[in-house]
Ligand binder design. Structure first.
Ligand code: SF4
Ligand code: SF4
Length: 415
Protein backbone atom coordinates (compact mmCIF):
# COMPACT_ATOMS: atom_id res chain seq x y z
CA UNK A 1 0.00 0.00 0.00
CA UNK A 2 1.08 3.61 -0.60
CA UNK A 3 -0.24 6.84 0.90
CA UNK A 4 -2.30 8.95 -1.51
CA UNK A 5 -4.33 12.12 -0.98
CA UNK A 6 -8.11 11.84 -1.29
CA UNK A 7 -9.56 15.38 -1.29
CA UNK A 8 -13.11 14.10 -0.81
CA UNK A 9 -12.05 12.58 2.52
CA UNK A 10 -9.82 15.52 3.46
CA UNK A 11 -6.92 13.21 4.23
CA UNK A 12 -4.36 10.76 2.98
CA UNK A 13 -5.39 7.14 2.66
CA UNK A 14 -3.86 3.81 1.73
CA UNK A 15 -4.09 2.54 -1.84
CA UNK A 16 -2.14 -0.17 -3.68
CA UNK A 17 -0.73 2.22 -6.33
CA UNK A 18 0.95 5.63 -6.24
CA UNK A 19 -1.06 8.81 -6.64
CA UNK A 20 -1.24 9.75 -10.32
CA UNK A 21 -3.78 12.26 -11.49
CA UNK A 22 -4.86 12.71 -15.10
CA UNK A 23 -4.39 15.99 -16.97
CA UNK A 24 -8.11 16.56 -16.59
CA UNK A 25 -10.68 14.25 -15.04
CA UNK A 26 -13.84 13.00 -16.77
CA UNK A 27 -16.72 14.07 -14.51
CA UNK A 28 -20.43 14.84 -14.57
CA UNK A 29 -23.00 16.69 -12.48
CA UNK A 30 -26.52 15.25 -12.11
CA UNK A 31 -29.37 17.31 -10.69
CA UNK A 32 -31.45 14.69 -8.85
CA UNK A 33 -34.19 17.27 -8.29
CA UNK A 34 -35.11 17.23 -11.97
CA UNK A 35 -34.85 13.57 -13.01
CA UNK A 36 -38.15 12.05 -14.17
CA UNK A 37 -36.83 8.45 -14.39
CA UNK A 38 -37.78 8.21 -18.06
CA UNK A 39 -34.73 5.92 -18.56
CA UNK A 40 -33.88 7.56 -21.88
CA UNK A 41 -30.25 7.69 -20.70
CA UNK A 42 -30.39 3.99 -19.86
CA UNK A 43 -31.73 3.09 -23.29
CA UNK A 44 -29.30 5.40 -25.10
CA UNK A 45 -26.46 3.52 -23.42
CA UNK A 46 -28.06 0.11 -24.01
CA UNK A 47 -28.67 0.73 -27.70
CA UNK A 48 -25.14 2.03 -28.24
CA UNK A 49 -22.99 -0.50 -26.40
CA UNK A 50 -25.06 -3.28 -24.83
CA UNK A 51 -27.16 -5.05 -27.44
CA UNK A 52 -25.09 -8.20 -28.05
CA UNK A 53 -25.31 -11.75 -26.74
CA UNK A 54 -24.29 -12.03 -23.12
CA UNK A 55 -25.14 -8.38 -22.45
CA UNK A 56 -28.86 -8.89 -21.88
CA UNK A 57 -28.65 -8.12 -18.18
CA UNK A 58 -25.96 -5.48 -18.51
CA UNK A 59 -26.90 -1.87 -17.82
CA UNK A 60 -23.83 0.35 -17.53
CA UNK A 61 -26.17 3.30 -16.97
CA UNK A 62 -29.23 2.77 -14.81
CA UNK A 63 -31.62 4.98 -12.87
CA UNK A 64 -32.89 3.54 -9.60
CA UNK A 65 -35.47 4.69 -7.07
CA UNK A 66 -34.15 5.28 -3.58
CA UNK A 67 -34.49 4.01 -0.91
CA UNK A 68 -35.66 0.57 -2.17
CA UNK A 69 -34.36 0.29 -5.72
CA UNK A 70 -30.90 -0.85 -6.66
CA UNK A 71 -29.07 -2.49 -9.54
CA UNK A 72 -27.77 -5.00 -8.66
CA UNK A 73 -30.32 -5.36 -5.90
CA UNK A 74 -29.20 -4.01 -2.50
CA UNK A 75 -25.76 -3.00 -3.85
CA UNK A 76 -25.50 0.03 -1.58
CA UNK A 77 -26.89 -1.66 1.54
CA UNK A 78 -24.45 -4.53 1.10
CA UNK A 79 -21.41 -2.37 0.29
CA UNK A 80 -22.14 -0.12 3.27
CA UNK A 81 -22.65 -3.10 5.59
CA UNK A 82 -19.28 -4.51 4.53
CA UNK A 83 -17.61 -1.16 5.07
CA UNK A 84 -19.10 -0.47 8.48
CA UNK A 85 -18.78 -4.09 9.71
CA UNK A 86 -21.62 -3.95 12.22
CA UNK A 87 -20.57 -0.57 13.52
CA UNK A 88 -16.96 -1.55 14.19
CA UNK A 89 -15.91 0.96 11.55
CA UNK A 90 -17.91 4.12 12.38
CA UNK A 91 -18.06 6.04 9.11
CA UNK A 92 -18.16 9.46 10.73
CA UNK A 93 -16.89 12.85 9.61
CA UNK A 94 -15.34 15.62 11.59
CA UNK A 95 -16.34 19.02 10.30
CA UNK A 96 -15.06 20.95 13.32
CA UNK A 97 -11.87 22.94 13.09
CA UNK A 98 -11.49 22.12 9.42
CA UNK A 99 -10.58 24.74 6.90
CA UNK A 100 -13.30 23.75 4.47
CA UNK A 101 -12.13 26.25 1.88
CA UNK A 102 -8.92 24.35 1.67
CA UNK A 103 -8.96 22.54 -1.67
CA UNK A 104 -7.53 19.52 0.08
CA UNK A 105 -10.42 19.13 2.53
CA UNK A 106 -13.61 20.70 1.19
CA UNK A 107 -16.08 18.52 3.12
CA UNK A 108 -14.20 18.08 6.40
CA UNK A 109 -12.29 15.04 7.57
CA UNK A 110 -13.46 11.46 7.15
CA UNK A 111 -12.64 9.56 10.33
CA UNK A 112 -13.61 6.01 9.37
CA UNK A 113 -11.80 3.46 7.24
CA UNK A 114 -12.16 3.26 3.47
CA UNK A 115 -12.82 0.00 1.61
CA UNK A 116 -9.04 -0.38 1.14
CA UNK A 117 -8.11 0.32 4.76
CA UNK A 118 -10.89 -1.94 6.06
CA UNK A 119 -9.56 -4.88 4.00
CA UNK A 120 -6.10 -4.35 5.48
CA UNK A 121 -7.31 -4.02 9.09
CA UNK A 122 -9.37 -7.18 8.76
CA UNK A 123 -6.46 -9.09 7.16
CA UNK A 124 -8.54 -10.00 4.16
CA UNK A 125 -6.75 -11.53 1.26
CA UNK A 126 -7.96 -8.77 -1.07
CA UNK A 127 -7.27 -5.08 -1.72
CA UNK A 128 -10.72 -3.81 -0.77
CA UNK A 129 -13.76 -5.14 1.06
CA UNK A 130 -16.37 -6.28 -1.44
CA UNK A 131 -18.66 -9.05 -2.64
CA UNK A 132 -19.87 -10.56 -5.90
CA UNK A 133 -23.62 -10.10 -6.34
CA UNK A 134 -25.62 -13.26 -6.97
CA UNK A 135 -27.22 -13.88 -10.38
CA UNK A 136 -30.61 -13.17 -8.81
CA UNK A 137 -29.49 -9.69 -7.75
CA UNK A 138 -28.77 -8.71 -11.37
CA UNK A 139 -32.20 -9.80 -12.61
CA UNK A 140 -34.23 -6.65 -12.07
CA UNK A 141 -32.63 -3.43 -13.26
CA UNK A 142 -35.48 -1.26 -12.00
CA UNK A 143 -36.90 -3.07 -9.01
CA UNK A 144 -38.66 -0.88 -6.45
CA UNK A 145 -39.41 1.82 -9.02
CA UNK A 146 -41.44 4.70 -7.56
CA UNK A 147 -41.86 2.88 -4.24
CA UNK A 148 -41.93 5.41 -1.46
CA UNK A 149 -40.56 5.11 2.04
CA UNK A 150 -42.98 6.19 4.67
CA UNK A 151 -43.11 7.15 8.30
CA UNK A 152 -46.76 6.16 8.44
CA UNK A 153 -47.84 4.91 11.84
CA UNK A 154 -50.13 1.91 12.28
CA UNK A 155 -52.66 4.11 13.94
CA UNK A 156 -54.90 5.38 11.12
CA UNK A 157 -55.35 8.71 12.79
CA UNK A 158 -51.68 9.49 12.42
CA UNK A 159 -51.89 9.49 8.62
CA UNK A 160 -51.75 13.23 8.83
CA UNK A 161 -48.09 12.88 9.75
CA UNK A 162 -47.32 11.96 6.19
CA UNK A 163 -47.56 15.49 4.94
CA UNK A 164 -45.26 16.43 2.12
CA UNK A 165 -43.82 19.74 3.18
CA UNK A 166 -40.25 20.91 2.80
CA UNK A 167 -37.64 20.59 4.17
CA UNK A 168 -38.28 16.83 4.64
CA UNK A 169 -41.20 14.85 3.28
CA UNK A 170 -42.52 12.08 5.52
CA UNK A 171 -43.33 9.98 2.48
CA UNK A 172 -40.55 10.14 -0.07
CA UNK A 173 -38.48 8.62 -2.80
CA UNK A 174 -36.04 10.00 -5.34
CA UNK A 175 -34.16 8.88 -8.40
CA UNK A 176 -30.47 8.27 -8.51
CA UNK A 177 -28.72 8.03 -11.86
CA UNK A 178 -25.82 5.63 -11.85
CA UNK A 179 -22.84 4.77 -14.01
CA UNK A 180 -19.16 4.09 -13.45
CA UNK A 181 -17.62 6.98 -11.50
CA UNK A 182 -14.26 6.79 -13.27
CA UNK A 183 -12.75 7.07 -9.81
CA UNK A 184 -9.31 8.46 -9.00
CA UNK A 185 -8.63 5.39 -6.85
CA UNK A 186 -10.75 2.69 -8.45
CA UNK A 187 -11.54 -0.40 -6.40
CA UNK A 188 -11.81 -2.34 -9.67
CA UNK A 189 -8.32 -1.34 -10.79
CA UNK A 190 -6.79 -2.10 -7.39
CA UNK A 191 -8.40 -5.55 -7.35
CA UNK A 192 -7.41 -6.79 -10.80
CA UNK A 193 -4.71 -9.48 -10.51
CA UNK A 194 -4.12 -9.30 -14.28
CA UNK A 195 -3.55 -5.54 -14.31
CA UNK A 196 -6.11 -5.42 -17.07
CA UNK A 197 -7.72 -2.21 -15.77
CA UNK A 198 -6.15 1.16 -16.39
CA UNK A 199 -6.94 4.85 -15.95
CA UNK A 200 -6.16 7.07 -18.93
CA UNK A 201 -3.69 9.91 -18.34
CA UNK A 202 -5.45 12.30 -20.73
CA UNK A 203 -8.96 12.20 -19.25
CA UNK A 204 -9.08 9.84 -16.26
CA UNK A 205 -11.43 7.37 -17.98
CA UNK A 206 -11.12 3.87 -16.44
CA UNK A 207 -11.11 1.00 -18.94
CA UNK A 208 -10.81 -2.80 -18.89
CA UNK A 209 -8.40 -4.20 -21.47
CA UNK A 210 -10.53 -6.95 -22.97
CA UNK A 211 -7.48 -8.89 -24.14
CA UNK A 212 -5.81 -9.02 -20.72
CA UNK A 213 -8.97 -9.74 -18.70
CA UNK A 214 -9.51 -13.40 -17.78
CA UNK A 215 -12.90 -12.94 -16.12
CA UNK A 216 -11.81 -13.55 -12.52
CA UNK A 217 -14.44 -10.98 -11.44
CA UNK A 218 -12.20 -9.37 -8.85
CA UNK A 219 -13.30 -5.97 -10.23
CA UNK A 220 -16.96 -6.94 -9.82
CA UNK A 221 -16.17 -7.90 -6.24
CA UNK A 222 -14.18 -4.85 -5.20
CA UNK A 223 -15.96 -1.99 -6.98
CA UNK A 224 -18.27 -0.79 -4.19
CA UNK A 225 -20.66 0.69 -6.81
CA UNK A 226 -20.95 -2.65 -8.64
CA UNK A 227 -20.35 -1.16 -12.05
CA UNK A 228 -18.06 -3.72 -13.71
CA UNK A 229 -20.18 -6.58 -15.11
CA UNK A 230 -19.21 -10.08 -16.13
CA UNK A 231 -20.22 -11.25 -19.60
CA UNK A 232 -20.65 -15.01 -19.70
CA UNK A 233 -20.55 -15.06 -23.51
CA UNK A 234 -16.99 -13.73 -23.77
CA UNK A 235 -15.93 -14.75 -20.24
CA UNK A 236 -14.47 -11.35 -19.51
CA UNK A 237 -15.72 -8.33 -17.56
CA UNK A 238 -16.97 -5.12 -19.13
CA UNK A 239 -17.82 -1.69 -17.82
CA UNK A 240 -18.79 1.83 -18.93
CA UNK A 241 -16.21 3.19 -21.36
CA UNK A 242 -17.41 6.81 -21.01
CA UNK A 243 -18.15 6.78 -24.77
CA UNK A 244 -14.46 7.61 -25.21
CA UNK A 245 -14.61 8.04 -29.01
CA UNK A 246 -17.03 10.93 -28.39
CA UNK A 247 -14.88 12.38 -25.61
CA UNK A 248 -11.94 12.30 -28.05
CA UNK A 249 -13.98 14.31 -30.56
CA UNK A 250 -14.22 11.51 -33.13
CA UNK A 251 -17.89 12.18 -33.87
CA UNK A 252 -18.28 14.45 -36.93
CA UNK A 253 -21.33 16.16 -35.39
CA UNK A 254 -19.22 18.44 -33.21
CA UNK A 255 -16.45 19.13 -35.75
CA UNK A 256 -13.79 17.32 -33.76
CA UNK A 257 -14.68 18.96 -30.45
CA UNK A 258 -14.92 16.74 -27.33
CA UNK A 259 -18.51 15.58 -27.11
CA UNK A 260 -20.60 14.44 -24.16
CA UNK A 261 -21.46 10.73 -23.77
CA UNK A 262 -24.66 9.16 -25.13
CA UNK A 263 -26.41 8.90 -21.76
CA UNK A 264 -25.71 12.58 -21.04
CA UNK A 265 -26.83 14.02 -24.36
CA UNK A 266 -30.02 11.93 -24.40
CA UNK A 267 -31.26 13.26 -21.05
CA UNK A 268 -34.86 14.38 -21.42
CA UNK A 269 -35.06 15.97 -17.98
CA UNK A 270 -31.99 18.12 -18.74
CA UNK A 271 -30.49 17.03 -15.45
CA UNK A 272 -27.02 16.11 -16.70
CA UNK A 273 -23.93 18.10 -17.52
CA UNK A 274 -20.73 16.27 -18.34
CA UNK A 275 -17.29 17.70 -18.72
CA UNK A 276 -13.97 17.63 -16.92
CA UNK A 277 -12.65 18.59 -13.55
CA UNK A 278 -9.66 20.85 -14.13
CA UNK A 279 -7.99 23.92 -12.63
CA UNK A 280 -10.18 26.48 -14.39
CA UNK A 281 -12.66 28.00 -11.89
CA UNK A 282 -14.84 29.09 -14.83
CA UNK A 283 -15.23 25.52 -16.09
CA UNK A 284 -18.92 24.82 -15.22
CA UNK A 285 -18.32 21.30 -13.84
CA UNK A 286 -15.28 22.43 -11.82
CA UNK A 287 -17.22 25.41 -10.48
CA UNK A 288 -20.27 23.35 -9.42
CA UNK A 289 -18.15 20.69 -7.73
CA UNK A 290 -14.98 22.31 -6.38
CA UNK A 291 -15.92 25.97 -5.93
CA UNK A 292 -19.66 26.23 -5.26
CA UNK A 293 -19.89 22.71 -3.76
CA UNK A 294 -23.53 22.30 -4.75
CA UNK A 295 -22.83 18.93 -6.40
CA UNK A 296 -21.49 16.12 -4.21
CA UNK A 297 -19.91 12.67 -4.73
CA UNK A 298 -21.84 9.44 -4.11
CA UNK A 299 -20.71 7.60 -0.97
CA UNK A 300 -17.34 9.36 -0.69
CA UNK A 301 -16.63 7.23 2.40
CA UNK A 302 -15.84 4.25 0.16
CA UNK A 303 -12.60 6.09 -0.61
CA UNK A 304 -12.40 5.66 -4.39
CA UNK A 305 -12.81 9.41 -5.10
CA UNK A 306 -15.74 8.97 -7.52
CA UNK A 307 -16.45 11.58 -10.21
CA UNK A 308 -20.18 11.55 -10.81
CA UNK A 309 -21.52 14.39 -8.65
CA UNK A 310 -25.10 14.93 -7.53
CA UNK A 311 -27.12 17.98 -6.59
CA UNK A 312 -29.01 16.29 -3.72
CA UNK A 313 -32.83 16.03 -3.67
CA UNK A 314 -34.35 18.75 -1.53
CA UNK A 315 -37.16 16.74 0.07
CA UNK A 316 -35.53 13.49 1.27
CA UNK A 317 -34.61 12.94 4.95
CA UNK A 318 -31.28 14.54 5.73
CA UNK A 319 -29.70 11.61 7.66
CA UNK A 320 -30.25 9.41 4.60
CA UNK A 321 -28.71 12.04 2.34
CA UNK A 322 -25.76 12.67 4.67
CA UNK A 323 -24.91 8.99 4.55
CA UNK A 324 -25.16 9.07 0.77
CA UNK A 325 -23.41 12.32 -0.12
CA UNK A 326 -21.41 13.24 2.98
CA UNK A 327 -21.58 16.09 5.49
CA UNK A 328 -21.85 18.91 2.94
CA UNK A 329 -25.37 17.90 1.94
CA UNK A 330 -27.27 20.46 4.07
CA UNK A 331 -25.23 23.36 2.70
CA UNK A 332 -25.66 22.08 -0.87
CA UNK A 333 -29.45 21.90 -0.52
CA UNK A 334 -29.53 25.38 0.96
CA UNK A 335 -27.55 26.71 -2.02
CA UNK A 336 -29.85 24.99 -4.49
CA UNK A 337 -33.05 26.13 -2.76
CA UNK A 338 -32.13 29.80 -3.00
CA UNK A 339 -29.70 29.77 -5.93
CA UNK A 340 -27.11 32.47 -6.28
CA UNK A 341 -27.04 34.56 -9.44
CA UNK A 342 -24.12 32.54 -10.76
CA UNK A 343 -25.68 29.15 -9.96
CA UNK A 344 -28.92 30.10 -11.68
CA UNK A 345 -26.97 31.06 -14.78
CA UNK A 346 -24.79 27.92 -14.82
CA UNK A 347 -27.85 25.67 -14.38
CA UNK A 348 -29.22 27.01 -17.68
CA UNK A 349 -26.34 25.34 -19.52
CA UNK A 350 -27.48 21.80 -18.73
CA UNK A 351 -28.25 19.89 -21.94
CA UNK A 352 -28.05 22.75 -24.36
CA UNK A 353 -25.22 21.44 -26.54
CA UNK A 354 -23.64 18.09 -27.37
CA UNK A 355 -20.10 19.49 -27.30
CA UNK A 356 -18.49 19.71 -23.85
CA UNK A 357 -18.37 23.15 -22.24
CA UNK A 358 -14.88 24.02 -21.05
CA UNK A 359 -15.75 27.49 -19.77
CA UNK A 360 -18.69 29.80 -19.13
CA UNK A 361 -19.12 33.56 -19.02
CA UNK A 362 -21.95 35.56 -17.53
CA UNK A 363 -23.20 38.93 -18.80
CA UNK A 364 -25.25 40.74 -16.18
CA UNK A 365 -28.86 41.66 -16.90
CA UNK A 366 -31.63 43.57 -15.07
CA UNK A 367 -33.37 42.47 -11.87
CA UNK A 368 -36.78 41.04 -12.78
CA UNK A 369 -38.16 39.65 -9.55
CA UNK A 370 -37.64 39.50 -5.83
CA UNK A 371 -39.12 37.39 -3.06
CA UNK A 372 -38.28 35.78 0.28
CA UNK A 373 -36.90 32.26 0.56
CA UNK A 374 -36.39 30.70 3.99
CA UNK A 375 -36.81 34.10 5.57
CA UNK A 376 -34.15 35.72 3.42
CA UNK A 377 -34.50 38.18 0.58
CA UNK A 378 -33.87 36.55 -2.80
CA UNK A 379 -33.42 38.41 -6.08
CA UNK A 380 -33.73 37.14 -9.60
CA UNK A 381 -31.76 38.66 -12.47
CA UNK A 382 -32.16 38.10 -16.18
CA UNK A 383 -28.47 37.44 -16.80
CA UNK A 384 -27.05 35.86 -19.95
CA UNK A 385 -24.84 32.80 -19.73
CA UNK A 386 -22.45 31.81 -22.50
CA UNK A 387 -21.03 28.30 -22.86
CA UNK A 388 -17.63 28.00 -24.56
CA UNK A 389 -15.94 25.08 -26.33
CA UNK A 390 -12.39 23.89 -25.70
CA UNK A 391 -11.03 26.30 -28.33
CA UNK A 392 -13.01 29.22 -26.88
CA UNK A 393 -15.74 29.17 -29.54
CA UNK A 394 -19.12 30.31 -28.28
CA UNK A 395 -21.45 27.29 -28.33
CA UNK A 396 -24.58 28.65 -26.66
CA UNK A 397 -25.90 31.95 -25.30
CA UNK A 398 -28.91 31.76 -22.99
CA UNK A 399 -31.00 34.09 -20.89
CA UNK A 400 -31.94 33.09 -17.35
CA UNK A 401 -35.47 34.34 -17.93
CA UNK A 402 -37.08 31.90 -20.35
CA UNK A 403 -38.48 33.58 -23.44
CA UNK A 404 -42.23 33.30 -23.92
CA UNK A 405 -44.05 33.29 -27.26
CA UNK A 406 -47.60 34.42 -27.69
CA UNK A 407 -49.60 32.47 -30.21
CA UNK A 408 -51.12 34.66 -32.90
CA UNK A 409 -54.89 34.93 -32.62
CA UNK A 410 -55.67 32.99 -35.79
CA UNK A 411 -53.91 29.90 -34.40
CA UNK A 412 -55.58 29.87 -31.02
CA UNK A 413 -57.39 26.56 -30.39
CA UNK A 414 -55.59 24.86 -33.28
CA UNK A 415 -53.04 22.11 -32.81
S1 SF4 B 1 -17.09 3.10 -10.11
FE1 SF4 B 1 -16.32 1.01 -9.81
S2 SF4 B 1 -15.90 0.32 -11.93
FE2 SF4 B 1 -15.99 2.55 -11.99
S3 SF4 B 1 -13.84 3.24 -11.70
FE3 SF4 B 1 -14.86 3.27 -9.68
S4 SF4 B 1 -14.34 1.29 -8.79
FE4 SF4 B 1 -13.97 1.09 -11.01
S1 SF4 C 1 -32.71 10.67 -19.30
FE1 SF4 C 1 -32.35 12.21 -17.66
S2 SF4 C 1 -34.41 12.53 -16.78
FE2 SF4 C 1 -34.51 10.59 -17.93
S3 SF4 C 1 -33.98 9.00 -16.40
FE3 SF4 C 1 -32.06 9.57 -17.40
S4 SF4 C 1 -31.16 11.15 -16.04
FE4 SF4 C 1 -33.36 10.98 -15.50
Amino acid sequence: MTLVHNWQLGRKMEYPYFESRPERQFAAVFNTNRCIACQTCTMADKSTWLYSRGQEYMWWNNVETKPYGGYPQHWDVKSLALLTDNGKNPTTWSTENEDKDDKKSPYGLYEGETIFEAAKTRNLNQWAVGYIPTDKEWRFPNIGEDTAASEKMNDELKLAQEVSVLPEHKRWFFYIQRLCNHCTYPGCLAACPRRAIYKRKEDGIVLIDQKRCRGYRKCVEQCPYKKPMYRAQTRVSEKCIACYPRIEGKDPLTNGRPMETRCMTACVGKIRMQGFLDDNPKNPVTWLVRHHKVALPLYPQFGTEPHIYYIPPRWAPRPYLRQMFGPEVDAAIEKYTAPSRELLAVLQLFRTHQAIFFEYRIEEGPKVYETTINGKKWEYYDDTVIGLAKDGTELVRLKVEEPTYERPKQHLNSI
